[in-house]
Design a binder for this molecule. Structure first.
Ligand code: CO
Length: 300
């Protein structure tokens, strides 16, 4: 008889436990500082100061908002030089640190950051290192994930090759060459450019990849062009934005631009001033990478 009272009281701790498990956000919060899950997206690009390039960012913004209609989307440019030029013209774009801080203050607990870079080079690594620091900060974000840049896996390489080829001007004949100008870097991820050459060559033997600041160089491209026997060359940026490099180093009138050098070497050059991020099939690859990063945020 005397044990029956005790058995009844044992039900209460069990009930309290059930109630606490049912509302985990309240159960975990201390000092009445319950923080509901709030998910967001941060798009991080190198940036561009050119007005013509802004359409590229608008394109990406639209595609991301279409894929994530209920998630707030913020932007950051990782280049301080570009942010300063824009600021002088009255346009303020946040750095990745500032954008993340603002999102933290706005109560975002889970943020998927998408790198809008082409290769996993220095800029991409910088973004990863920076935004990851916000994960687990007291009263800060619970989880931060980063989507891969355009080129990362074998599948990305093949998809990108198809996407770029689909956007080569339609008047290009199969005997005409296409030269893609990549950025290039001393970072080991420069290897993605010679790798791209391999993948493009499998799809089209007259597409050549060169870089401004790495390898393959313009001389490498000239050697490949000579073997191709093509007379006409379409010059396209292999960069997200047709910015300074595309307009000056590739298509500019100075004697050392790719257009001038190749024209002097006897080729008829047709510059195409469109960044790869203007091609919807390319944007789809970044959006798919973002979907993976967003999924990895989990649900709590
Ligand atoms: Co550059």
């Amino acid at each position: 008889m005397q044990y029956r009272f005790g058995d009844k009281f044992k039900i209460f701790p069990a009930l309290i436990l059930i109630v606490l498990l049912a509302i985990p956000s309240l159960a975990l919060a201390g000092h009445g500082d319950a923080k509901p899950v709030k998910k967001g997206i941060l798009l991080a690009a190198f940036g561009s100061s050119m007005d013509e390039a802004q359409i590229t960012f608008e394109n990406i913004d639209k595609a991301v908002k279409k894929a994530f209609p209920d998630v707030p989307v913020r932007w950051a440019f990782s280049s301080a030089i570009i942010r300063n030029i824009l600021a002088k013209n009255g346009r303020i774009v946040d750095s990745p640190v500032t954008a993340m801080s603002k999102m933290m203050d706005e109560g975002f607990t889970h943020v998927a950051v998408q790198s809008l870079h082409t290769i996993p080079g220095e800029e991409y690594s910088g973004i990863v290192e920076t935004v990851k620091k916000f994960e687990g900060m007291p009263k800060g974000m619970t989880k931060v994930t980063v989507g891969k840049p355009l080129l990362f896996s074998d599948t990305d390489m093949r998809r990108t090759v198809k996407a770029i080829i689909a956007n080569i001007p339609k008047d290009r004949k199969s005997k005409d060459a296409v030269v893609l100008m990549g950025h290039g870097t001393p970072h080991f991820a420069n290897i993605f450019y010679p790798a791209s050459q391999y993948y493009f060559a499998q799809a089209d033997s007259k597409i050549f990849v060169g870089t401004v600041e790495g390898s393959p160089t313009l001389d490498d491209v000239k050697a490949m062009l000579a073997k191709s026997k093509s007379k006409k060359v379409y010059l396209m940026p292999y960069m997200s934005v047709a910015g300074d490099h595309a307009r000056n180093d590739m298509a500019g009138d100075e004697s050392d631009s790719w257009k001038s050098v190749l024209t002097k070497a006897g080729y008829k050059c047709v510059p195409v001033l469109k960044g790869s991020a203007e091609f919807p099939q390319v944007v789809d690859i970044w959006v798919d990478h973002l979907k993976v990063a967003f999924k990895h945020l989990g649900n709590n």
